[in-house]
Design a protein around this ligand. Sequence first.
Ligand code: SF4
Ligand code: MG
Length: 289
Amino acid sequence: MTVTYTPAEPIWCAGCGHYGVQNYLERALDELAIPPHQVMIPAGIGCSGSIQNNVSAYGYHALHGRVLPAAIGMALANPDLTVIAAGGDGDAYAIGAGHLLHTFKRNPSLAYIVMNNGTYGLTKGQESPTAAVTRNDFTEQAIDAIGLGLSIPGTTFLARGFTRWGDQLLRLTKAALEHARAKRGFAFLEVLSPCVTYNDTYPLWEATLHDVDSDPDYDPTDRVAAFGCLTRSAAEGRMVGGLIYHGGGATMESAWLSDRHDAPALQDVDPARHAEAYRKIMTSYAVSG
Ligand code: SF4
Ligand code: MG
């Protein structure tokens, strides 16, 4: 394979779940034979965001919470790229929450891997939007992004993996990349990726995650059933994992790209022809004397 640049060594703490995310992402890219020069990884701010430094692919470090608008622009500009946005739960569900809602709504063909650890690890362990926080007798409930995605008609791929469950995480990562590459829309994969330094949730998630992939009666094409499963599990204090919803629907690029105009990166750029067109436009504005 052609390597586009030399990846950096990860700087995560020993035992951080993000190593697992990177490992299974690299294996998925390898097993799907996606060459590095066709992969673009825009990433958010936080420990997780440095994943774009570590993988043999193009990378981009977005402004905090703004990874999705950048990723959508990349996917529309060059449909030949496999765009894999990545980041943490703080970046995705706090400052970036508005962009996430609208990306669910628009269904652009790209993958988004959110590393959920219930904390802001980079800034030393404050609670993130996926942490339930109790102060006195009031509990601020955690956000479940899969439930958010299910509530928006038009979402097409919603899955949750866990870095300790490697076989499943590899399968879900490959499925997400295939969904995006097949131009079926927005592949949203949340990965439970514990922060061992500030919020070690390995034992909790190991004990409580409800894995729908191991239920032969679960139908991931049934949105209503998925909602029911999430709601029942939440009442028991459990999150749902696995391929939770997989459907079809129109994509953003079907509205924004047309047969008449190639995507910007695929256009035949001819400086001489464009200079001539520019000269004609300027001439048409000239005041004739
Ligand atoms: Fe991972 Fe937490 Fe260390 Fe950040 S602080 S690298 S999230 S273990
Ligand atoms: Mg986090």
